[in-house]
Write a protein that binds this ligand. Sequence first.
Ligand code: ATP
Ligand code: MG
Length: 744
Amino acid sequence: MDPILDGLNHAQREAVTSSGSVLQVLAPPGSGKTKTLTARVAYLLSHHGYQPQDVICCTFTIKASREMRERLAKLIGEKLESRLILGTFHSICRRYLVKYGYLIGLRKGFGIADSDDTRAIIKRTIKRLNSSIEVKAAQGRISRHKAHGLSPDALAERAKAEELELVDIYRDYQSALAASNLLDYDDLLLRCSDLLRDHPQCVSNVQAVLVDEFQDTNIIQYELMNLFASKSRRITIVGDPDQSIYGFRSAEIKNLKRMQGRYSNTTVVLLEDNYRSAGSILSAAQDVIEQDEARPAKALQATHTFGTLPVLRKLPTPNAEAQWMVLEIKRAAAMTGGLLRMSDFAILLRSASLSTQIETAFGRAGIPYKMVGGRKFFDRTEVKILLNYMRVASHTGHSDALLNIVNVPPRRIGDETIRQLTSGAEQAKLPLWDFIKDVIQGRRSTEKKLQKAAEQGLCNLVKLIEASRQKLQECEDASAPRVLIEFIAERLSFQEYLIRTYPLDEDTRWANVKELMHQATEVAAFEEEEVDKEMDLPEIQGLEQQQAHAGEEALTRFLANVALATEITTEEDNKEETPKEKVTISTIHAAKGLEWPVVFVPAVYNGSIPHSRAEVIEEERRLLYVAMTRAQALLYLSLPIRQPRLGEGEDGATTITPFLPPKLTKTRFRPTGPSLHEKVVYSIADILRRPRPSVDDMYKGLEFLPSTLDDRWTSEGEEDRSKFEGTSVSHDTSDEPNPKRRRS
Ligand code: ATP
Ligand code: MG
């Protein structure tokens, strides 16, 4: 048996080995789409003789591409895996632009404007144009236009009168980016599609293009896929319309139909067996999605027919809800006799802002956790300061980064000086850096003459940045990011600065700086070993290659990684030693494509899900569906009875989300007895394909656990150990033998 096909079912094999050149694999969650796509990559290499650097594979998140690489390394070996062009659309596009951007007039060494930069630029533009449009709204609307490939000129042609104001902002924003040689996220995709449209020879080597999570591609990504495949016309996509949750970012389910229209030879393969979740969880999730009446019915079979029913809990307050999760995690971990580790648990949230209370409760209870889907770590003041120095050192045109550090740490450059500098730069149509240099070298002047102290401060700043650039030049390998952070931190006496400025928590802050240094090394190592080789596009005959300085290149990649990171792990409140096993707290959006043995979905009330500001109700339902289908063995849904912030009614009373049909909300959860407890644990072990714990271990955990399953909320300490109550009812379809042994 071909090891690539090993462990695949019939339909999956059919998809993997299909000779069709355009293939759509459409299937529900947990049916092995990603597994199939991965196997197809391996199959194309080994059976069709494609070279890895001629295969482009797009995933939705960085985490997903790392996971896919790991799986592929096992299937085809690291040597081949490392040469694949595999990553998110953004990272692949960035790569093409770095290498061939000169063909479309892109200047070398462009920087990436992250969403903070974008906001800052738009804010200034709005102020200058005296517009009344709200910054965030403008940001969103511009991004949407870009996602549809509309330039300011194209928009102007079709814009209604009330939109002309936005056109001006958009135009101004674009020229600000251009002046600083910056690209925003949308530009990475747009400019790459310009490049490939005008110079298709850049992808003349490409033999096959594969896309995961296709239902959430937007129109530009769809076009990019076609451009990647313009020569080979060999495409495989996998997706699930029921999991389309990025409509708010202009993703279009219509792309599925578009693709079928464009390639008349499209073969569609359906997968119907779910391998991820307990049958009971799957059927609850089905009950949710089937309420969407516009949706075509679909076949879906559970391969794990037994399992525990999802738990639905109402708690008095969000705080009580967080504490309940703490207890349930401890309880489930102990009760299952070592079967579950901390990393088996995930808390999935509709909005990242729901995490605060949970983080506090976890911190207090000593439950290790990591936050995913936020940019928290790189947003911390001390981390941001150093990153901004690095961004300026890498790319002096980064005026916003520069603006953030002009007087940080303080060097006696006041707000008024800064104002004069920015407006001077604007008038001279120069990047801030160039203007500052001209001023201190006496070639230009500000409105009023600068004070001596301020001038001295600016000189020091310029000296430091120039020294950093010099240092960077000297460092000709992937260690550059780390070398540079250390250099800057030392020259700034950054630790002393932190001690002076934050006497209460300078040690935590310094630990964050250390963590940043560590990440710089790690990313550099990762890049050197994997990304550098694999994402190194092959040489194309007749195209000149741009040679980059290795240190500079390592730095721009590190910064691009930071800018593009959609998931960052932080070491919250675990100062001593940081355990590897951590509970994941994530937004539902960032949990796409992933799975965990135990999943909590808190705050399932109206206003949270569906979100009060949601535009498309069905998309909210699909979000809940995505969240529920991440769970393998245990699923907990919960809501606080009151949420004071909600402001709905006097006392902030909540109502349960309408997405849970009565069938689910009316179920009574009877306590389970000891025999059922064993059944529950054994069924979890089966679903997870893990060894069963010993009966002794299972009962050891039981002894010290408070019961939280009475209808009453039992607060911490108020433990009722008199009787055992299990997690929930077990489906009686389990064919597990009932162990004879009982606790004496
Ligand atoms: P999603 O829609 O959530 O992205 P998916 O369809 O991509 O889900 P996968 O993540 O590929 O599903 O697979 C879900 C789980 O099922 C994984 O743990 C995978 O290893 C397992 N799985 C898939 N196919 C099989 C199979 N034929 N036999 C056993 N396990 C399988
Ligand atoms: Mg998947």
